[in-house]
Structure formats: C-alpha cells, structure tokens
Design a protein around this ligand. Structure first.
Ligand code: 5GP
Length: 197
C-alpha cells in the first residue's frame, strides 16, 4: 500500500536492525486519513471471506480495525492486556510474549463478544515473530470460532511471524512488507532500498 509505505519512509525511524518506530502515525499520534485508507484496504482484501467479526489487541490495533469493521459492517472486539475490574470471569485468555516489551502478558476477551461459529478476521499493527497474532488465534479457537484471516499493517518479513502463521494454516495479508531495517534503512520486499532517516 503506497500511502503507508510513503509514511514509513517519511515519518518512520529505524531504532535498530529489528525495530521500526512509527509513533507519529500509528502507535501514538494517528494519521486519520491514512488509518481510514488502511481500514478500507483490509476490508477490500477480506470482503469475500464472510467475516462476522474483527478481533484485534489493544492499543494500536484498534484504529485500523475500527475502520475495517465499519466497512465490513461487523462488530469489533479488542483483546485486553490487563484485566479490568468491570470484566467478569467469563473470559478467554492466552499468554503472549511481547516482542517490544520483552515480557509475557495474559490477554483476554469476554466470552460475550466472541461466539462459536463466527468467522473472525484478526488485525494487528505489526508482525514480528507472530506471538500476538498466535495468541489471538488461540482465543478464537477457544471460542469455537474460525480464523478467516490475519491482517497486518506492517510486516517485518525478516522475522519469522509470517512463516509461523502460514505453517499453522492461516492466511496473512500485510499492507507493507519490510525486508530489512539494516543500517538505518527501510527496504521493502521487492523494492529498492530507500533511506528513511
Ligand atoms: P510479534 O507478536 O509478532 O512478535 O510482535 C508483534 C507485536 O509487537 C505488535 O503488536 C507490536 O505491538 C509489537 N512490535 C513488534 N515489532 C515492532 C516494531 O518494529 N515496531 C513497533 N512499533 N512495534 C512492534
């Protein structure tokens, strides 16, 4: 997706060979025009999958999922990383190791908002080693629902997340695929290297 790739080049910062910072349009401040187009692109890519619900994970998955859910006219639910006092015990939970925080967190979704037989589209902001997405697939399966696909805003293709998810049988659609972040440079798959900062 060209608009997203341009934003990565113009506004992203390569923190290290493994980490890209995109706080100015995705992870802290949100570029609403870009986000609307990202949501529409997900909806377009999954429109023939009979999706009945979108599942994402707080916080940065919510904005793109919101637009996609509105476009597909389906409910959106996000997994919580911390249990709220208002959540009762009727929860699906899964343990997820966070690539950026380097700690394991228990994520949870109320049983009221994920029903058996649903066809669920999972959306997340980044794909690194696939742990967040796998945690979400685990929750979908606990609910007796089906994972219809996984939509990722930015895939770091040099990490093994896509491989892990495809091996597990899931369809993965990523809007930007990064081949490498070496030497402070973002290189997209099948594209020439472009200096980012
Ligand atoms: P995974 O679970 O696939 O290993 O990592 C994906 C999660 O880690 C995403 O939900 C995202 O929050 C975070 N993440 C992984 N790599 C990056 C990165 O390079 N930049 C940012 N901003 N977040 C990342």
């Amino acid at each position: 997706m060209k608009q997203l790739m341009n934003a990565i080049i113009e506004k992203g910062f390569v923190i290290s060979d493994g980490v890209l910072k995109v706080d100015s349009f995705l992870n802290h401040q949100i570029d609403t025009n870009l986000m609307i187009n990202i949501g529409k692109e997900f909806a377009q890519r999954f429109k023939n999958e009979n999706i009945t619900r979108i599942l994402t994970i707080e916080t940065s998955g919510i904005a793109p999922s919101f637009i996609a859910a509105n476009e597909l006219n389906v409910p959106l639910v996000f997994a919580r990383k911390k249990k709220s006092l208002t959540m009762n015990n009727d929860l699906y939970t899964s343990s997820v190791y966070s690539f950026t925080k380097q700690e394991t967190a228990e994520i949870s979704v109320s049983k009221n908002f994920l029903l058996p037989g649903e066809k669920v589209l999972i959306i997340d902001d980044f794909l690194a080693n696939g742990q967040a997405a796998l945690g979400l697939t685990n929750i979908v399966e606990q609910a007796g629902a089906e994972v219809a696909g996984i939509g990722i805003v930015i895939e770091k293709s040099f990490q093994n997340g896509r491989h892990v998810l495809e091996e597990a049988g899931y369809k993965v659609e990523s809007l930007a695929r990064i081949q490498s972040l070496t030497d402070g440079t973002v290189t997209f798959l099948t594209e020439q290297p472009i200096l980012s900062n």
